[in-house]
Design a binder for this molecule. Sequence first.
Ligand code: SAJ
Length: 418
Amino acid sequence: MRICVVGLGYIGLPTAAILVKAGYDVFGYDVNDLTISAIRDGKISIEEPGFEDLFREALSSKRLHIGNSIQVSDVYMVAVSTSLKDEGQKADLGPLKAAVKDIAEVLKDGDLVIIESTVPPGTTVTLLKPILDAKKRHYYLAFCPERVLPGDLVRELVNNDRIIGGIDPESTKRAKAIYKRFVKGRMLETDALTAELAKLFENTYRTVNIALANELAILAEGLGGDVWSAIEIANSHPRVHIHLPGPGVGGYCLTKDPWFLIDGYEGSKIIKESMKVNANMPAHVVEVTLAALQAQGKDPRRSKIVVLGAAYKGNVADPRESQGFRIYALLRKHSDNVVIQDPYVKEYRNHRPAKDLNDALKGADVIIIVTEHDIYKKINWDSIWKKLGKDPVLIDTRNIMKKRPDGYILIKLGKRSK
Ligand code: SAJ
């Protein structure tokens, strides 16, 4: 049996490699020539524990082939990325529709098409099925969303429960049989619409919960309380699980999936408001920064402001929808001397990165910890302070500082500074 994985990105390529390991013959198809040549040259930018070995193994097995034109197969697994149109609130399903059209061109009777890309509810049946139906073949179709956590992708691909949402029971049965060879988690069988909703509910739950935490942080700041201690204590209750506040929500999933869910639904209040609360956090961090400088009698224009972290969360190299970049851009309106540093991120676009951590911290008036990288937790703040020759402000938006290092003015998000 040959499986064609359509879209060789962050999900598609590791999935293709896992399918090979599970014993399938796999053809990886991507329309992007650069992606194909990078894979052929072994220049892959997926930095995930276990991925490199898995991928090399797949290549040496000779059962992984790749190319930029679709090949006739028995199963098609679609993992092209879906995004928001013009960075707005509407889904851009263009690449997904194009991928399904390509499949339709080579579809045979008895084939199975699996959609893993995240989509607005109803997409599989109302938008994608008609494209395949036009070819008048007898085929099977299921929506089986990827649910893996960036940073732990390879392990979760195998261990997580799988949602299997066929458009009919036979489609569900056939899709389940494909995953069964490598998934150790449970198979949650359902219909396509329920599967689409479940995927979006997961990320929307996180988004709304983080927005709650962010609102609680601002509330606690105003009261002179400590949001981190209060959340920790509240979470000791067996039925409470408040997420953590922070400098906003980044990454490719939580910033788009809630919009997918309410696409076309005018009645949303909580979800829309949560997206706004999270999107406003970088501006709040900037307000805190400017207030701290003012309290010290410093002019932001003459101050060096250091943003630590361009990745959207700790210990990953991914700067998509980076809060660090947003904070940087907002601060640049107040100071010409803003730098950003991240030990993992390689692509800074129009943001000015420091050479390294030492270079970043040299002469700093304010240091803002945006990303909770372990490396930042291990910084020897005392020795840096000795070199600085002044008392800088340290703004910790992630609660990584367990105590105030000597010589610094420590301000935590969600906690009134003393
Ligand atoms: N964040 C907070 N507070 C928290 C947790 C996260 O501010 O308590 C921030 C993070 O710093 C980050 C953003 O939210 O900027 C998103 O991080 P995340 O770890 O919640 O999620 P992602 O985007 O890395 O991955 C999510 C996962 N979804 C869930 O955990 C429900 C993953 O399993 C999905 O597969 C992925 O989205 C996806 O592709 O949809």
